[in-house]
Design a protein around this ligand. Structure first.
Ligand SMILES: *Cc1c(COP(=O)(O)O)cnc(C)c1O
Length: 381
């Protein structure tokens, strides 16, 4: 059989054909009004998806570069911060802060466990010198959504800023930056933004921007003030990833034509149908607060999680994601993110059923697919 490749991971995600085609056009120069028009249109589209009046800066880096930018531009050595670590990406906030000599109070949660705004309020009460709270909208490693709206209410009444990694979440689950009082919001190109990896996005609220004036951490490539100055001239400080920005403008036109609300609703339906499918065959979710982006599924007792992922990827070319360290082999993740349609859910569940029966899991064949189909049918518009 032809082994068709199915990208079912929470980043990178599939890219629409006409967006892919943009990258095959001749390169234009970035210091031209032609490129500036495209660049500014892309920024308008990003502001639309971030739901903000603040500037959104486009950085040539993967998402982690924007995380580093948030830290290097707002903090000074030995500043006290809180990081919420509920998985690989929440943990990364702590790693970057420590690399910069920032004083980290890390709240470590079990993967998939929730964290409430009341708990955050308590932490801020006992740590009144906190300069910033670092958290994650959609923790991709565990398939968990956190209460950013609640965190925003809590942090807004303090001197601290709220910094949110929305890399996998923006465009797929709600997070209106201004309304929810998020001070720094970050995203990346290879998740719901429907283009290849290589760009990251970051916006600062006025409250966060006042900290950039005081911050003494070292910075050069990721200096937000340089980015702002250049943006005033409709350009970037350094050579931008020209083709990716052109692709992003194109993908944002598509996103706008769908409408942000409809796009989030689309992801909700994909998430719900995936969860219905896996539950129908007796599988359990890892997360207590699962969402629209990726479904993390516990490996049933007695089965080898690595074998499941290996069979899905190797035999069926269904590129779901395994679990990351230190939980390798304990669960696996099926994404429903970005340019995916209803039948991508069916593809993943069908490949999963074939895989599970092969590794010896006992269940009624077809039940996962059927349960997902029912949700898709109910919601098909
Ligand atoms: C993908 C992802 C990142 C990491 O981004 P890179 O592009 O690999 O640097 C960070 N946070 C979250 C929540 C992600 O999903």
């Amino acid at each position: 059989m032809i082994k068709k490749y199915y990208l079912l991971s929470p980043g990178p995600t599939p890219v629409p054909e006409d967006v892919l085609a943009e990258a095959s056009k001749p390169i234009i120069h970035h210091r031209t009004s032609e490129f500036s028009d495209i660049f500014m249109e892309a920024i308008d589209g990003l502001k639309y998806t971030f739901q903000t009046k603040n500037d959104v800066f486009i950085l040539t880096s993967s998402g982690t570069g924007a995380m580093e930018t948030a830290i290097a531009n707002t903090l000074s050595p030995a500043d006290k911060v809180i990081t919420i670590n509920g998985g690989k990406f929440g943990e990364r906030w702590g790693h970057i802060c420590r690399a910069y000599g920032v004083n980290v109070k890390e709240i470590t949660l079990g993967w998939g466990e929730p964290f409430s705004k009341a708990q955050l309020a308590d932490e801020l009460k006992v740590n009144p010198e906190t300069k910033a709270v670092f958290t994650t909208l959609s923790e991709t490693s565990s398939g968990t959504i956190y209460d950013i709206q609640g965190f925003g209410e809590v942090v807004d009444s303090t001197d601290a800023i709220l910094v949110v990694d929305g890399i996998s979440g923006i465009g797929a689950t709600p997070c209106p930056m201004d309304e929810w009082k998020v001070d720094i919001l970050i995203s990346g190109s290879q998740k719901s933004f429907m283009i290849p990896p290589g760009l990251s996005y970051i916006a600062f609220s006025p409250k966060a921007w006042t900290l950039t004036e005081k911050s003494t951490l070292p910075k050069f490539y990721f200096d937000a003030k340089r980015a702002k100055k250049s943006l005033g001239k409709r350009t970037t400080p350094w050579t931008p990833a020209i083709s990716l920005i052109i692709q992003q403008k194109k993908a944002l036109e598509f996103i706008k034509s769908i409408g942000l609300e409809n796009l989030i609703e689309h992801h909700r339906i994909l998430g719900e149908s995936t969860r219905a499918g896996v539950k129908a065959i007796g599988l359990e979710l890892l997360s207590k607060s699962p969402g629209n982006i990726v479904t993390a599924i516990k490996v049933p007792e007695g089965l080898d999680g690595k074998e499941i992922v290996k069979t899905m990827q190797g035999k069926y070319k269904a590129y779901i994601a395994g679990a990351q360290d230190p939980h390798k082999g304990e669960f696996f993740r099926i994404a429903h993110l970005g340019y995916m349609g209803g039948f991508d859910v069916i593809t993943s569940l069908s490949a999963l059923e074939m895989t599970l029966s092969e590794v010896g899991y006992r269940f009624e064949r077809g039940k996962a697919v059927k349960a997902a189909e029912e949700i898709l049918e109910e919601n098909w518009k």
